[in-house]
Design a protein around this ligand. Sequence first.
Ligand SMILES: [Zn+2]
Length: 195
Amino acid sequence: MKESVVDSLATALGKLPGIGKKTALRLAFALVDNRQLASDLSTVLAETAAGVRECVLCRNLTDGEVCETCLDRSRQNTICVVHTPADQRSMEDTGLYRGYYFVLHGSLAPLDGTGPSDLGIPLLVERATSINAREVILALDSTTEGEATCAYIANQLESRNIKVTQLARGLPPGALVEFADSLTLSQALKGRRGY
Ligand SMILES: [Zn+2]
């Protein structure tokens, strides 16, 4: 039997992160109920599919060749390196950082065949050198892959005399030492500061 429109819609929606089967079906029924919303969404989705690409300087998503952030000359001469465009948004939303960004779109994973050039690391090095970056801040996930990626990038940049820093690591607020895993604890120990 041919899949119904609602089912194929639910299948497509279910591929989005954080959307389970039930939610996907609920959203699909909501869209079938609200034709105007479905139509508006389809327009935006078509524009997204056709127009969004990676900025040639920072690899963040943009609809032009160079993104708004890279074009903003009032920004500080620093680069914040993140895994994903969503991470970039989170950093920007803190309101505390006013420099440039670089989006890797992943982590180093040699076993899966993801190497430095897949993450645009040569482009990052080129960018940091060309703007003579005062500092490159690594805002990467505190996971084994994230740490390996940080170490690789730091090595590449420091050998060119560019200052590299990393987001503070360690125990999150409210964490109990007894239950912290060894990676978190070792990072907390390394990152200890004066009291
Ligand atoms: Zn850009």
